[in-house]
Design a protein around this ligand. Structure first.
Ligand SMILES: *[C@@H]1O[C@H](CO)[C@@H](O)[C@H](O)[C@H]1NC(C)=O
Ligand SMILES: *[C@@H]1O[C@H](CO)[C@@H](O)[C@H](O)[C@H]1NC(C)=O
Ligand SMILES: *[C@@H]1O[C@H](CO)[C@@H](O)[C@H](O)[C@H]1NC(C)=O
Length: 352
């Protein structure tokens, strides 16, 4: 019975195929291969071809994130005196753009930490409050090492968010008292672009023009700081003003203006007084913008960072990278408290 049915169906199918072929030259992959074989018999590579990857780029970039003292939750999660943490939002920020993370545990033995620095293609400094002691020293030493790597010919980016921005102004400005008070805790703000300053070669270069415009009118970035630096103070400090080009300013609750984004002239170093990572990945504060525009801001900033890291020539041994990835640790969900970070990685020990 089935045989009787199939014969006419097959017959009409094959008729249809040949008429389609004749009319629009739509070919099945097998037919296409045959046609190419006939047409260019000298070509040995046939069928669909993917472009050859750019051999100068590293498609498996890894970012080191320096941990910050404490548990990220004021002792709610861990009171160990040597605990340090990374808010998971920074990790997700990096991962979302196509890179993996190795934690650089600030209070590990220095040789261990600097060995890990050799496994990465860029570094991220997070927000927080610590501005002295071992943490400050490590941030400064890692920064010097990053400049050395770039001076030696690597393209090794650094992103510094919030506290990271403040620490860089102290370190580069060679003045631990350079920061001024600002009233910008838990506040969404705009970014005002510095007039006549090109955004080519900066984090903003690939932002759609519409979004750049909206950044200056809509509150699309999250601020959470009590300190900062005014444009005047930055200009007056020659070490700072020679190192950094000012890209944007923002205004605090009292309309006092501070520098909100800077880009080094000669290094792939970008510092944000704001929090690019929060829009997409933190929910503890109602001030954090979560609109589609705001999420795009997070995504563009992350993409630019990792595009820079892909240019790093460092090709560390794959197994060593695996041994040190943050996937060796488990984040803790602490967002039920309705404040602070949603998830944190806490480090109280050396390698797991
Ligand atoms: C840390 O110490 C505080 C104050 O003593 C206490 O309330 C909190 O429960 C402790 N945290 C943990 C995780 O034990
Ligand atoms: C920016 O450039 C325009 C056109 O060259 C000029 O008229 C204006 O004064 C410049 N503004 C600043 C702040 O330099
Ligand atoms: C933290 O202290 C514990 C207990 O004293 C120790 O086992 C661990 O190695 C320390 N971790 C770091 C990162 O110093």
């Amino acid at each position: 019975m089935w045989g009787y049915l199939w014969i006419p169906i097959l017959f009409s199918l094959s008729k249809e195929f040949s008429s389609v072929e004749a009319q629009s030259k739509i070919l099945l992959p097998s037919q296409r291969q045959q046609q190419q074989n006939d047409a260019v018999s000298s070509l040995s590579v046939l069928g669909p071809r993917c472009p050859v990857p750019d051999s100068k780029l590293n498609y498996r970039p890894v970012i080191g994130i320096v941990t910050h003292p404490g548990d990220g939750a004021s002792g709610r999660l861990n009171n160990a005196t040597n605990a340090s943490y990374i808010a998971a939002s920074y990790v997700k920020f990096v991962e979302s753009a196509g890179a993996r993370v190795i934690p650089l545990i600030y209070n590990e033995p220095e040789d261990v930490l600097f060995e890990k620095l050799e496994l990465v293609n860029g570094v991220l400094y997070t927000g927080g409050w610590a501005k002295d002691g071992l943490y400050y020293e490590i941030v400064e030493k890692v920064f010097k090492k990053i400049l050395e790597k770039n001076d030696a010919g690597d393209h090794f980016p650094l992103y510094a968010h919030c506290l990271g921005f403040e620490l860089l102004t102290m370190i580069i400005g060679k003045d631990k008292n350079i920061l001024e008070s600002f009233n910008a805790a838990d506040q969404a703000s705009t970014l005002q672009f510095i007039e006549n300053t090109s955004i080519e070669g900066t984090v903003f270069q690939r932002f759609p023009p519409q979004l750049i415009k909206k950044l200056s009118t809509d509150c699309l970035v999250m601020q959470n700081h009590h300190y900062g630096i005014s444009p005047e103070t930055l200009r007056k400090n020659l070490d700072l003003s020679r190192f950094f080009k000012m890209l944007t300013t923002s205004a605090d609750e009292d309309n006092k203006v501070y520098v909100s984004t800077v880009q080094a002239y000669d290094y792939p170093v970008t510092a944000f007084q704001w929090h690019p990572e929060k829009n997409a990945f933190e929910w503890g504060s109602s001030a954090i913008p979560h609109s589609e525009d705001a999420i795009e801001v997070t995504q563009h900033v992350a993409n630019y960072f990792i595009s820079e890291a892909r240019r790093s020539v460092n090709r560390p041994p794959a197994q060593k990278v695996l041994d040190n990835l943050i996937y060796n640790y488990r984040p803790t969900f602490c967002g039920k408290a309705g404040k602070g970070f949603d998830e944190v990685y806490i480090f109280t020990q050396h390698q797991p």
